[in-house]
Design a protein. Structure first.
Length: 355
């Protein structure tokens, strides 16, 4: 790398920040860079070459679209604006955008208005019918004049993904499944797992933007492939809550400290995401506020079991998890946290699993 004209030495402390226009690149913390009118190079040339090689290409500052500013959507929009992108956003609740960076976000009046403003539009929405309406409806993204690619970050399921993909293909708009996992903290910190299925060329085009969200896993070209991976993950995530609750309830009734029992499990072969994260954060304190609703978990597990049955794959354990989520949904309501499954086990066992 070389510059015809070098300017002053600058010091960058932030991770993954980018400059606009011809002087952008990817930075690492604590590194020094020399800047010029046509390029930016590090005094550690091997480092910057490695970063560029790992990214495949330098990310251009873009105008993007994003629909759905919920618990996951809002922090993901912040990730995009922190990277220098301008984002046209829409949500059924206009006040959902009030905490976003005003200089780099514009609230649009409808999904169509977002599609009129941006080539690439993201969706982060709660249910498959809502995704379909937002994308293909009369006032949907696909009715926009500029949109070329729609990226669905929701857990929409493979059947709906195929339906929406076909609807967009008739309009020459690309579709990418990109369901995410990693929770609110992952959305905020850019450490999500992003599962992607779309044509390879589309993936190459959108990957630099998706890199803002976390680690990407390309699942292939068939619409819905990434959705299958996400459904399997979410079924396991709910299932280990149930199994861990039963084991810990047994321990508490036998006189064990549940915190100590979690520590033992996490140092042993039974360690899992529930005992490592969900129980310490939301069950042992008795707050039941991990951040994922019972209704959404129930929807995901139901879709997982249905898809498995469609493929001729027995899912006996998954069916039990679905029943427990149905019971939790009925007992504590759809807006309860999905860790509330533990409360049903507690009631049945006559104990509380508390620190």
């Amino acid at each position: 790398m070389a510059c015809n004209e070098l300017a002053s030495l600058v010091h960058i402390d932030a991770v993954d920040k980018r400059l606009a226009g011809p002087r952008q690149s990817c930075y690492a913390p604590g590194e020094h860079y020399r800047t010029g009118p046509n390029c930016l190079i590090s005094t550690n040339s091997k480092l910057i070459e490695s970063i560029i090689e790992s990214r495949g290409k330098v990310v251009q500052r873009q105008t993007l679209g994003f629909i759905g500013l919920g618990r996951m959507g809002a922090p993901m929009v912040r990730r995009l604006t922190e990277a220098g992108h301008h984002v046209f956003v829409h949500d059924t609740r206009p006040d959902a955008a009030k905490e976003l960076t005003a200089e780099l976000t514009t609230f649009a009046s409808s999904p169509k208005a977002v599609g009129d403003a941006a080539d690439i539009v993201f969706c982060s929405l709660p249910t498959p019918p809502i995704v379909r309406e937002v994308v293909l409806g009369a006032d949907g993204i696909a009715a926009g004049s500029k949109v070329k690619t729609v990226i669905d970050l929701s857990t929409t399921g493979p059947s709906m993904a195929k339906t929406i993909s076909a609807g967009l293909a008739s309009k020459n708009i690309a579709w990418a499944d990109a369901p995410i996992s990693g929770g609110i903290a992952g959305a905020r910190n850019g450490t999500l797992a992003v599962m992607i299925s779309c044509p390879k060329q589309t993936y190459e085009e959108i990957d630099p933007v998706l890199a803002n969200f976390g680690r990407r896993f390309y699942c292939g070209e068939a619409p819905g492939s990434a959705q299958v991976a996400k459904l399997g993950n979410n079924m396991i995530a709910a299932g280990v809550i149930l199994l861990s609750a039963e084991a810990l309830a047994m321990g508490v009734k036998a006189g064990l400290d549940p915190t100590v029992m979690c520590d033992i499990i996490n140092a042993s072969s039974g360690r899992n995401s529930a005992t490592q994260d969900k129980f310490p954060r939301a069950v042992l304190p008795g707050t039941f506020d991990f951040g994922f609703s019972t209704a959404l978990s129930y929807k995901d597990v139901r879709m997982c079991v249905d898809e498995s049955e469609n493929l001729g794959v027995p899912m006996v354990g998954g069916s039990l998890v679905r029943q427990m989520l149905a019971a939790t949904n009925a007992r504590f309501g759809p807006d309860s946290d999905f860790t509330s499954m533990v409360r049903i086990i507690e009631e049945w066992a006559g104990v509380e699993i508390r620190a």
